[in-house]
Design a binder for this molecule. Structure first.
Ligand SMILES: Nc1nc2c(ncn2[C@@H]2O[C@H](COP(=O)(O)OP(=O)(O)OP(=O)(O)O)[C@@H](O)[C@H]2O)c(=O)[nH]1
Ligand SMILES: [Mg+2]
Length: 312
């Protein structure tokens, strides 16, 4: 049977292979996505972000256990900032995902973030499309949230969970990193540690001062992923946020925003590819630079001409 037939028949090995192709094989990516995209869009997408080591994987594991108890299938994508020192955390993540990573209702995948930005890997939205088209009920994306790149996670998730810990610094730092703006739910993890209560109250004050979308104010929850406490609260809030999104076309609005940002990324990728090809072919560059040198053409006009050629 062909790969995609096996995929649509529910073969997990085929799902795994498809994600690998989407990640590594640019030539086949677009054809595969053509087939998958129309069958996606049904999964619930949850982003989990927060500083390195804040407990994202442990929390995702606990949350997955709850989702399984409620009869859901789960896909987990962990974006791994491939540290040159550790050689990637794939094994580490697998070891941590003790509870559920080998459960047939759970599909877990680490994707390398080749740019080391700590944000989404380029393949993340494609892998999500694959999991979604495969029929996965809930997709959890884990990314390290540091600085600008954090914002990406809210571009691909319907609900964004921001994880902080008492030792991850003060709440002002979280605000600076832009984490507060993207949070639908804030979790103070490692609440088994000192200072957690004070930190949670601080965050609550900040949330109370903020201006939020009508009908939803980010909840501040305390949890200990290690001790498996506070996870039921999180599960409940995620359900509430799902209900909130279901009302008054809000999910549709988020999906529109996701679509817009996805098109922008694809557009940038296309242009980049075309321009690189043009530059590498050399012909246009040689021809036009001569004319620019002779002052027959301005550099801007030459660039415009190259862009027109690139668009063909
Ligand atoms: N004390 C305490 N430790 C925790 C808790 N949750 C996670 N940890 C520990 O914190 C460490 C990091 O946990 P991970 O779940 O790997 O954190 P992460 O955010 O996924 O880490 P990266 O993906 O490397 O950024 C591990 O040693 C966990 O056992 C918690 O609630 N309390
Ligand atoms: Mg992790």
């Amino acid at each position: 049977m062909k790969l995609l037939d096996r995929f649509f028949a529910g073969d997990r090995a085929a799902l795994s292979r498809v994600i690998t192709l989407l990640e590594n094989d640019r030539a086949r990516r677009s054809d595969i996505l053509d087939r998958l995209y129309p069958r996606s869009g049904k999964a619930r997408r949850i982003g989990i972000t927060g500083p390195p080591g804040s407990g994202k994987s442990t929390l995702a594991d606990r949350l997955t256990a709850r989702l399984l108890q409620h009869g859901r299938t789960v896909g987990i994508i962990a974006v791994d900032p491939t540290s040159p020192f550790t050689g990637g955390a794939l094994l580490g993540d697998r070891l941590r995902m003790q509870g559920s990573w080998d459960d047939p209702r759970v599909f877990m995948r680490s994707l390398a973030d080749r740019n080391h930005t700590g944000g989404l890997s380029e393949a993340t939205p494609h892998a999500m499309t694959a999991l979604d088209a495969f029929g996965t009920d809930v997709i959890i994306v884990e990314t390290v949230g540091v600085g600008q790149s954090t914002l990406d996670v809210s571009d691909v998730s319907d609900t964004t969970v921001v994880l902080l810990t008492p030792e991850s610094g003060d709440s002002i730092q979280a605000m600076k990193a832009g984490l507060m703006e993207i949070a639908d739910v804030l979790v103070v993890n490692k609440s088994d540690r000192e200072g957690a209560d004070r930190f949670a109250s601080e965050l609550k004050m900040i949330v109370d001062m903020g201006r939020w979308e009508e009908g939803w104010k980010p909840s501040v929850l305390s949890a200990s992923a290690r001790d498996d406490t506070g996870i039921d609260d999180l599960y409940e809030r995620l359900g509430a946020h799902g209900d909130y999104l279901a009302g008054e076309g809000r999910l549709q609005a988020r999906r529109l925003r996701q679509g817009r940002s996805a098109i922008e990324k694809a557009l940038a990728e296309l242009w980049q590819g075309r321009l690189t090809a043009l530059r590498e072919s050399g012909d246009a560059m040689d021809r036009l630079s001569e004319r620019v040198a002779r002052r027959e053409l301005t550099p801007l006009a030459a660039a415009r001409e190259m862009m027109e050629e690139a668009a063909d």
